[in-house]
Design a protein around this ligand. Structure first.
Ligand code: ADP
Ligand code: NA
Length: 330
């Protein structure tokens, strides 16, 4: 029986991925790779829609791939590659650009947010067509399921619209994919500002756990997490965002439902909870960090793994692109 194809990607992050990326993306990807035919991509072409330093981009692309592998993405089970190594992404994106309405692209809320942040003069046309490149990423692989965060729902909708539009204009060519949105407990918030998502663009570093942080630093950040003036350890996103976030983190790292954790912490204090979170996070992330550093220490081996992934991705992508070119009259 052939496995269902899934595709997902993360932009290379300067420095290191964070705990939110790990829980919201990498952990799920690792679990999915056994049951699905998984394609995981480091989307460096998306990354240049914000101004980049070339040497830094190159380093962070490799470091991001290394963190995928160190987190358990197995390059012999999954297809793991770097987007710019497969030119078909840019080629299909161009074709899809010609099918995307200007008004349709203008309605993408992430573009509105990001272009407002960059300024309308600084924001590039590349940032504007970012969702079309994402549609190409997904459609090239006959992807059936796209595991993404809630913030990407609109982009997957656009992908579905473009696939359907192409199919009805030129004949059945693309698989129309579905989004698989992560659960609320898979969303991690800033330790210092627990009503905001943990994000690489956080104002301060103290609320952000990086996968490559020193374990002592990680434990210290967790022990300094913001809580509240009560004593009760229970999950309540509105009234107790800090404690709720710590419970969600512990739930992810101990593979234990939140309700069970609440019961086991009955009568205990926030110090106990923080201690348990720090212990669970450090125990799991320490080997991830060590393995990442090992991989980065052997660039030839990492390049070899990424070349194998790019070859496999390329052969699938080329087949789709040939079908598309034929249909449109090239
Ligand atoms: P950031 O928000 O730091 O810019 P990205 O947008 O690059 O991170 O996200 C990459 C992946 O990590 C996406 O799949 C996204 O859903 C997931 N992710 C990012 N931040 C979090 C978070 N705080 N909690 C859960 N998942 C997250
Ligand atoms: Na983001």
């Amino acid at each position: 029986m052939t496995k269902t194809r899934i595709f997902s990607g993360i932009q290379p992050s300067a420095g290191s991925l964070h705990l939110g990326n790990y829980v919201g993306a990498l952990m799920q990807w690792r679990d999915l790779q056994d049951d699905f035919d998984a394609i995981y991509c480091v989307v460096d072409m998306h990354a240049i829609t914000s101004p980049q330093d070339p040497a830094e981009l190159r380093a962070s692309t490799r470091a991001t791939a290394a963190q995928y592998i160190a987190s358990g993405i197995d390059p012999t089970k999954s297809t793991l590659f770097v987007q710019s190594h497969v030119p078909a992404h840019a080629e299909l994106a161009w074709v899809l650009n010609t099918l995307t309405g200007f008004g349709e692209a203008s309605r993408m809320t992430q573009f509105k947010d990001k272009s407002a942040r960059q300024g309308s003069e600084a924001a590039s046309v590349g940032l504007f067509t970012y969702p079309v490149l994402m549609a190409a990423d997904i459609l090239l692989y006959d992807t059936k399921v796209v595991p993404v965060g809630d913030d990407q729902r609109q982009h997957v909708e656009l992908t579905r619209d473009l696939a359907g539009r192409f199919n009805s204009r030129f004949g059945d060519t693309f698989v129309v994919p579905e989004a698989r949105i992560g659960t609320e407990t898979a969303r991690i918030y800033d330790l210092q500002d627990p009503t905001s998502k943990m994000s690489k663009s956080a104002a301060s570093d103290s609320g952000l756990i990086r996968l490559l942080d020193d374990p002592k630093r990680t434990a210290k950040k967790i022990k300094s997490a913001v809580t509240d003036d009560e004593r009760e350890i229970r999950s309540d996103r509105q009234a107790k965002p800090g404690v709720t976030n710590l419970l969600a983190i512990l739930s992810a790292f101990s593979r234990t439902p939140v309700a069970e954790l609440e019961a086991s912490f009955a009568g205990k204090g926030y110090g106990d909870l923080k201690g348990a979170v720090a212990e669970a996070v450090v125990a799991e992330l320490e080997p991830v960090r060590a393995r990442t550093l090992e991989l980065l220490d052997d660039p030839a081996e990492l390049d070899r793994l990424l070349a194998v992934g790019a070859d496999r991705a390329e052969s699938i992508a080329q087949e789709t692109l040939a079908r598309v070119y034929d249909r449109i009259g090239f």
